[in-house]
Structure formats: C-alpha cells, structure tokens
Design a protein around this ligand. Sequence first.
Ligand SMILES: Nc1ncnc2c1ncn2[C@@H]1O[C@H](COP(=O)(O)OP(=O)(O)OP(=O)(O)O)[C@@H](O)[C@H]1O
Ligand SMILES: [Mg+2]
Length: 356
Amino acid sequence: MARIGIKNLVKEFGSFTAVKGINLEINDGEFLIMVGPSGCGKTTTLNMISGLVMPSSGEISIGENDVTHTEPGERGLGMVFQDLALFPHMSVFENIAFGLRVKNTSEQEVKDRVQQAAEAMHIEQLLSKRPGQCSGGEAQRVALARTIVTNPSVYLMDEPLSSLDAKLRIDMRTELKGLHERLSGTFVYVTHDQAEAMTMADRIVVMNGGEIEQLGGPLDIYRKPATRFVAGFFGMPTMNFLDGEIAAVDGAPMFVTDGIKAPLEGDLPANLSGRKATLGVRSEHVLATEAENGGKVSLIEPLGDATLVYFDYGGPTRLVSKVDPDRLFAPGDDLTFAFDANNCHLFDADNGARLN
Ligand SMILES: Nc1ncnc2c1ncn2[C@@H]1O[C@H](COP(=O)(O)OP(=O)(O)OP(=O)(O)O)[C@@H](O)[C@H]1O
Ligand SMILES: [Mg+2]
C-alpha cells in the first residue's frame, strides 16, 4: 500500500514560513499533481515527502508507517528531478542500471530489468549512448527509465518536463499518463503548468503562498474554482474578472457594474444584495450572440478551432469572448454580448472566496 498521509506539515526557513501547515491524503495508485506559482512551496512539500528536507513540524506517513524521521533511502520512493541528474560519463544502460547495482542485483537481472524499463520508455536504441548524445526528450525518458527500473511504490516528480520544448512536453504528457496506467504506483507530480495538471491528474492540489487553495478533480476545479486565485490560474485565456456589486433587480439577483448587467442563477447565499463582489466569467461563457450589453472589438486572435475576440465595454478592463471561427469580427466592430448565467463565478471582493 502506498497511501501518503500529510498532517499539519510546516516548513520554516529562518523567519520565513514556506509551507504553512498543510493536510493532505494521497490515495494508493493516484496521480496527484501539485500546481501553483513559483515560490508557493511545491518543491519544499515534495522534498519533505522524499525526506530530503526535514519538516519543522507535522507528520508524514507512507502506507501504515510514520516516515517523518526516516532516511530518504528507506522510504521506498523513486524520484525524478527537474535537472534529471544523469551521470554524464556513464552510458544510458549504466545510468538506468545504477539503482540496481547499488543493491547488488545479479548481472542477468540487471540486464533484464534495464531492457524492460528501456522498452517501456521506447529507448532501447539509446542504451549504448551517453546522456550528452541524447536529445532533451530522450534524456527525459532515460531519467524516467532509471526511476521505474527500481520499481518503487511511489514516484515523486518535480517539474520533470520543464526542459522540453512545447511540442515534446505535450507528447510526454500522454506518455506519462500511459506510464501511470501501466505501473501501479502512486504518482506525486509538481508543476507550475496548469495545462499539465489538468490533462494528467486524477486530483489537483492548488497551492498558493505555502497553503492549499483547493483540492479536487481537474474538471471540478475548472468548473467550480473555490477562490479567485484558482479561477485565474486555470484556463486559457485567463478568466474575465469584473469588479462590481450584487443588486436585486425586480426581486432577482443581478451583478451590476459600469453599465453591465448580469443575471445570476443557481444557489446564492441570502443577504448578498448590496455586497461588493468580483464576477468571473470564462471566455467560452461570454456569449457574443446575445443583445444584453454592448461593446467594441479591439483585437482578434484566431486559434483555428475557435477565435478569441477581445473587446471594450466601457469599464476599466477588456473582456474576451471565445467564438466560432466562422464568425468574422474586425477591430472597431460593434458587438453585443451577455454572460451565461449558469456559468458566472462570484468572488468576495476582499478575500477572493467563492460566494455562489
Ligand atoms: N533552503 C532554503 N532556504 C531559504 N528559503 C528557501 C529554501 N528553499 C526554499 N525556500 C523558499 O521557500 C519558498 C518555497 O520554495 P519552493 O522551492 O518550495 O517553491 P516552488 O513552489 O517549488 O517554486 P518553483 O515553481 O519556482 O520551483 C520560496 O520562497 C523559496 O525562496
Ligand atoms: Mg520548485
């Protein structure tokens, strides 16, 4: 069993607290991704799970064992780091074999297991090369093969794709997801790339300033962000945000600002009327087919399968709507729009907490 339990985990560096008492249960066999901006404490948290960094307080368990004070080598983990850390003077074969050789594995078993790991990562043809003779994507796969060959029950990965170009990153996303399905291990994966988190994770942990902002499945987080921070972190283009207030118009709740009106549907807490709030709406929920509000187009971005239309509405920000690519807009055009009432997110103007 490779369940990981994290209780009230804190890490202080001098007077600075990098991780502020997080609680997390990672399920056996789960693909869990920790995501958040630079400096939010992702690597520090991962390194506390691995044992490379000692917590200031709190507890970590793997399976039934409390490992808070256990040496890294005794935790049964496999690690893949951002800088790969391959040995440049050894062949790819010897790099992959390293973890087996230090355990005095027999020569035949080393050969068989390296071969299996190389096949799993499609790098059999590289075994006699040196890491320096591999491309970035190949070296990445060597680093993964070196980890899977030791057959750990938990894989810890810290931004393992960050050195790759955009196309290779997307290919490796698919490979990693397939690898997770084939191996039965628990994956804990750190990235600052929201698309990586959305596409691969069973569950996502969104971190900000050393704390967990939200924990949930990718679509839950996309559809119901718990805070304004999470709402802005996920999705391309970034969600539209408008500052305004909630008013009751003819008895129905409405978000109003700068001449814009947006009816609100779904469950709303009582007594919101008159309250200052931030409205968040994704570009696909800004409907440039409705006549409720007016704006003027300022910029067009064709994506191929859709077009992004940026427009001014008379307020301090610019809004973006995702439209069908067959609809032709040009800068300067007038447009009318409405917000999809079932996909409006309301956040507290002060602390950013979700209101609806
Ligand atoms: N050894 C250290 N001594 C002092 N401060 C540290 C140390 N390690 C990390 N920190 C600080 O702790 C905070 C969290 O660092 P961490 O490396 O966990 O961030 P991260 O979320 O992994 O960021 P990135 O996406 O840039 O890798 C940062 O502000 C960092 O400066
Ligand atoms: Mg980091």
